[in-house]
Design a protein around this ligand. Sequence first.
Ligand SMILES: NC(=O)c1ccc[n+]([C@@H]2O[C@H](COP(=O)([O-])OP(=O)(O)OC[C@H]3O[C@@H](n4cnc5c(N)ncnc54)[C@H](OP(=O)(O)O)[C@@H]3O)[C@@H](O)[C@H]2O)c1
Length: 305
Amino acid sequence: MKAIVATDPSADAAGITLTDVPEPTPAINDVIVEVHASGFVPAEWEWPSTWADRSGHERIRPVIGHEFAGVVTALGYGTTGLSVGQRVFGITDWHRDGTLAEAVAVESRNLAPLPGDVPFTIGASLPISGLTAWQGLFDHGRLQSGQTVLAHGAAGAVGSVVTQLAHEFGAYIIGTGRAKDRQAVLDYGANEFLDLDNESVADIGGVDLVFDVIGGAIQKESAGIIRPGGALVSVVGPVQTRPLDGRAVDFVVESIPEQLVQVAQRARDGRIRPHIGTIAALDEAIAALNPTTRRTGKTVIQVRT
Ligand SMILES: NC(=O)c1ccc[n+]([C@@H]2O[C@H](COP(=O)([O-])OP(=O)(O)OC[C@H]3O[C@@H](n4cnc5c(N)ncnc54)[C@H](OP(=O)(O)O)[C@@H]3O)[C@@H](O)[C@H]2O)c1
C-alpha cells in the first residue's frame, strides 16, 4: 500500500517520502481501518515518538500522521465494540505507524464512530485539534462559565476550536494571532482580538486561563497576567514560566472516544467549524506537508476520493 514515511530525523520535511509499505496487520484489540482522510500536526517528524517505539527501540521509516477518519475493514484478535464497515475517526498511538497511508492498524479503544453526515475530511481534521482543545479547557484548565480565557493562536487548528468551545461554555475570550486573523477569530466567537505583532499581552489585565499554542516570550508574558487560582495550559512542551499563584500544565492529547463523540456532534450541528487550511490528495501530500507551502489551519490529506 502507499504511505508517507519519514526517512531522516534531521531532514525535517525534506526527509518524508511517498512509498510502498507492507499492509498493516492487527494486534490484539486492534482494528484495521481503510484511511479516507488524515490530518497532520506540523513538525511531527521532530517528535521522539516518531523515531523510537515504547521500548526505546529505533523505528525505521515510520509512517507519519496520527489523526484520521476511515472505514473499519478487519478486526484483531479479541476486538469488540466496532464492526467491519463502520465509519470511525480518532488518534492513533504516537509510537506506531500512522495514518498517512491507505490503511492503519489501531487500538479500537482509540476510536469513535463517525456520523454518516460528517465528511471524512472534517472527521480527519478534528481528533487532534478538537480533543486538544477539549482536554486543555475542561480536563486541565477546569474552565468555568464566566471565566476569561486568553486563547493564543486563535485562528489556528487548535486555537479555533479552543475559541469555539470556550464560547459555547460561556467564557469571555480574548483570542490572539496576527492582524490578518482578526475577523476569523471574532467569527469563531472571541469577544476581543489581540494582535500579537503590535499589541502587548501585559495590557490585557487579568485572565483565568491561558491556552498556549505558541510558547516562548508570549507564554512568559501570559503567565504574568493569570489571576490567583487560574491556570496556564500549554501544548508546546514544558511550561517555562509558571503563574505566581496558579497552576501550570503541559500535556499531550489523548484519544478519548467519549470526547470524540462530543466533538463529532458539534461538527454536525455547526458549533465547531474546523479551520482546514489545505486539502490535498495523497499523491500531492509531500508538497502539502512542507511547511513552506503550508497555510494556517489544519492540513488534511484525502487518501481516498
Ligand atoms: N501537545 C499536544 O497534544 C498538541 C496537540 C496539537 C497541537 N500541538 C502543538 O500546538 C501548536 C499549534 O498547533 P496548530 O495545529 O493549532 O497550529 P496552527 O494551525 O499553525 O495554529 C497556530 C496559530 O498560532 C499563530 N501563531 C503562531 N505563532 C505566532 C506568533 N508569534 N504571533 C502570532 N500568531 C502566532 C499561527 O499564525 P501563523 O500561521 O500566521 O503563523 C496560527 O494561527 C503546534 O506547535 C503543535 O505542534 C500540541
